[in-house]
Every structure is written in structure tokens, then in C-alpha cells.
Design a protein around this ligand. Structure first.
Ligand code: PLP
Length: 437
């Protein structure tokens, strides 16, 4: 039977996609025998590469032992072991780990926990959440409301609108220092009402909305200080950046900050299981439990098999030194991208940290003016890369969450040096084909 016929009932997310039949390391093979290099690691999710037998064995062993029990009824050893492993790595004090099924759920969990904490702590008016312009925190309703990407919010606006916005951070387009941003955050908190603000959620390094943008070095320490002073919980969304992606276990480690919560997903289970993690400071857990329990959960939260998968995935990252590899390979990748594309008149900036790299495309390099979005520059480059058997990740809102084109590379952290070089060459070729000089 033809693939087209057997997939007639799939609610597809694209059209005319080739059928993947096997995947190993950084290579995905399709039914027609083509081999693609996975430069995007799916949605920048594959941390340890495809086809890892030990993860599959861990999954099978846990599924054979206890595939599923509900977290309100039983504890499971795989969950306890994984939580201990994550708590030892995450820069969160006395961490408590709430495992869920993905990044959006992890952020919903963090936002609800912030609210539950303030109620238990005797500050029931604290309910307002601050989030940045040009951010992405997920596609479920609460996570979408804190996100600021117009293409995803469009049409759902009547359901959204409770978030108070804080300016985006992008040194390429905005010279403000971290201290200036912190002053602005302080002003916004005071204006909103200190006793009404529950939390500030942000990506420590902006992922797919602005495209691998790091803030100035003084930004995070100053922002964390303002949050602390006002009793506003700081939630760092490390769904994309966590577990080694940017060359440290967590992006927060670049600046030595310890937020109240970190959310994670993607790389924690590397694509082998749909997993998200809300990693909360022990003090939040303790306060919430002084008045009861955290009234929140899902059928699949604390999943025994998901925990076993994360445990095995993180063990591979540790054993193979993939965090360090991400750092050094990322430096090489950026250097090669600059060699290939640094002089291209439509390349505005090449940036990133570790194996989270971006090329921003602009209509005019001198003014950094973006292309008209109707030109679909990022999408066309992704298509051209796909024609060259490379997956890359589109970023269609790199200026401000509305317009702007960038393409992201975020391959598995186990990528070989020559594979990464080939990925850069194919991406550069794709850029030149769409934007000839
Ligand atoms: C920073 C960030 N937060 C949250 C999410 C949402 O995660 P998920 O798609 O697993 O719900 C993503 C996904 O791309 C992300 O990059």
C-alpha cells in the first residue's frame, strides 16, 4: 500500500513530507533511500542523537517492570532516581522535580506553582505574570499567553491578554545594557503593583522566536536581583537551552544565577519520550505543602517510563561529555558559518552559544532592516536546505516576535566534527541559493 494511502487519516502538520524509516546518530533515512542530516535535531530536541540502544533498553526495562501508575497513588524508583540526577545538575536550590509531558506543560506547571506558592505564602493578590516581548513558552493557552509570537497568537487573541510585557533583549538591535533592562523591569513591577506580581518568565537565551540571542553579560544577574528584591519568582524557560544545548548544563550557568524555577524538556529525553520538567526550589515546595498540596497534575505526569528515558539520556550526556562537546563544536560551527556567510550582504548577524546557532537574514545590512515577511525568506531557506538533505529550524519573527528571518542549527550534541561541517556547508549553500549575491 502506498504511504500516501496509509497516512490518509493523519492530521498532518505539513504536506508531501518524505517518510522517515530509520534514524541513527545525526542521520535520518527515508523510505526512498535518501539520507538527511538532522541539523535541527527535530525541533532542537535530539540531544544524544537517534537510535541509542541503551535508552531503548532502559525504556523497555521500565515498561516491563512498571509501565504506568498514577503519581497520586504510587511512587516509582525511576522517577525518584531521575529527580535526584536532575536536582544535582540544575542551578536551583534544593530542587524538586515535577515531570510532565512537554515544554508547554512544564511552563503551565511553573506558572500555576508560582500562583500556588503566593497563595500559601499569604500573598493571594500576586497573580500577574511578566514575560518578555519576542518570547516563546509553548502553544497551550496559558503558555501561549506568556509567549509573544504573533503568528502563533493570531486568531486566539480573545483568549489571551493577561500577561504584562517586559522589553525584549537583543544586543544586535538594541544597545541597552543589562542594568538598564533591570531598571525597566523594576519600573514595570512597581507600576503593575509589587504585591500583584507573581512571576517573571523568560528564556535565558532566546530560542526560536528571536533566534539564539544571548543577553548582555550583566543582564541576568541584575534581573535576578530585581526579582528577588520584589519577591517576584524568576522562572527560566530552559526547554530549548537546557541539558547542554548552549555548552553548559543550563544556560543559567553562563551567568551563575539560581532562579526559583527552571523548566526543561526537549534535550532531557532527547526525543525518545515526550517529556517536560518543572524544576522548583525546595522552598516553594515546602511553603505550598504547609497549607496542603499542589493541586495540579496530569494523567501522564511523573511517568515511570519517561523518567527512565530521561535518566538514561542524561547518563549518556554525562558519560560522553556532550556538554563540553556542545561548547567546543558550537565555537567551530559559528566560525565556519562566519567563513561561509560572514560577508554575505543579507546576513545581518551570525550568533549563538554551544550547539544553538543562528544566522539572521536582513534586507539591508547597514540598517538591519528585515525582509518583508511575505517573501518567506526563512521558510525558503529551510526548504532549500531540505532539498540539500539537511534539516534546519526556521525563525520567522527574529526582530520582535512579528517579523524578521533567521535560520537555526541545533544538531544532536553528539554530532561529529565533519558532519557539523557538512551541515554548515549545506546551510550556507541554501542561503546563497535563496539570496544570490
Ligand atoms: C523555550 C521553549 N519553551 C517552551 C516550548 C514548548 O515546548 P513543547 O513544544 O514541548 O510544548 C518550546 C518549544 O519549542 C521552547 O522552545
Amino acid at each position: 500500500m502506498r504511504v500516501r494511502e496509509i497516512s490518509d487519516h493523519v492530521f498532518h502538520r505539513g504536506f508531501d513530507r518524505p517518510v522517515a524509516v530509520s534514524a541513527h546518530g545525526c542521520t535520518i533515512t527515508t523510505a526512498d533511500g535518501r539520507e538527511f542530516l538532522d541539523g535541527a535535531g527535530g525541533a532542537i530536541a535530539c540531544s544524544i542523537g537517534h537510535g541509542r540502544g541503551e535508552v531503548v533498553s532502559a525504556m523497555a526495562a521500565q515498561a516491563s517492570a512498571v509501565a504506568y501508575v498514577h503519581a497520586s497513588q504510587f511512587d516509582v524508583n525511576s522517577v525518584a532516581r531521575m529527580a535526584r540526577q536532575v536536582a544535582a545538575l540544575a542551578p536551583v536550590d534544593d530542587a524538586r522535580v515535577f515531570p510532565v509531558s512537554g515544554g508547554s506543560e512544564a511552563n503551565e506547571t511553573a506558572l500555576k506553582l508560582a500562583r500556588a506558592f503566593h497563595i500559601a505564602n499569604g500573598a493571594p493578590d500576586r497573580h500577574i505574570v511578566l514575560a518578555r516581548e519576542g518570547s516563546y513558552h509553548g502553544n497551550s493557552r496559558g503558555a501561549l499567553d506568556v509567549s509573544d509570537r504573533s503568528s502563533l497568537r493570531e486568531g486566539y487573541e480573545p483568549w489571551l491578554g493577561q500577561t504584562v510585557r517586559v522589553p525584549r533583549v537583543n544586543p544586535y538591535r538594541d544597545a541597552r545594557t543589562g542594568a538598564e533592562h533591570a531598571l525597566e523591569l523594576d519600573r514595570i513591577i512597581r507600576q503593575t503593583g509589587v504585591d500583584r506580581v507573581a512571576a517573571f518568565i523568560a528564556e535565558p537565551i532566546s530560542g526560536a522566536t528571536l533566534g539564539a540571542v544571548s543577553p548582555p553579560d550583566d543582564y541576568w544577574p541584575a534581573i535576578a536581583q530585581v526579582c528577588r528584591e520584589h519577591g517576584v519568582l524568576l522562572i527560566l524557560d530552559e526547554v530549548m537551552t537546557g541539558f547542554g544545548r548552549t555548552g553548559r548544563w543550563f544556560a543559567a550557568d553562563h551567568w551563575g544565577i539560581r532562579p526559583d524555577m527552571i523548566t526543561a524538556g526537549k534535550g532531557a529525553s532527547g526525543g525518545y519520550w515526550p517529556l517536560g520538567l518543572c524544576i522548583a526550589a525546595g522552598r516553594l515546595y515546602d511553603v505550598v505543602h504547609t497549607v496542603g498540596t499542589f493541586n495540579h497534575g496530569f494523567t501522564w505526569s511523573h511517568h515511570p517510563v519517561g523518567a527512565a528515558v530521561a535518566e538514561a539520556t542524561i547518563a549518556v550526556i554525562e558519560r560522553e561529555g556532550l556538554v563540553e562537546a556542545s561548547r567546543t563544536l558550537g565555537d567551530s560551527g559559528l566560525a565556519w558559518l562566519r567563513t561561509e556567510l560572514g560577508d554575505h550582504p543579507n546576513v545581518g548577524e551570525i550568533r549563538g552559544r554551544g550547539l544553538l546557532m543562528a544566522v539572521e537574514l536582513v534586507a539591508d545590512r547597514a540598517s538591519a532592516a528585515p525582509f518583508d515577511r511575505r517573501e518567506r525568506v526563512a521558510e525558503r531557506i529551510i526548504e532549500a536546505a531540505f532539498d540539500r538533505r539537511l534539516t534546519a529550524y526556521p525563525c520567522t519573527s527574529a526582530v520582535d516576535g512579528n517579523v524578521g528571518d533567521a535560520v537555526l542549527l541545533g544538531p544532536p550534541l553528539c554530532v561529529a566534527t565533519d558532519e557539523l561541517h557538512t551541515m554548515v556547508e549545506r546551510l550556507a549553500d541554501a542561503v546563497r541559493s535563496v539570496l544570490p549575491t
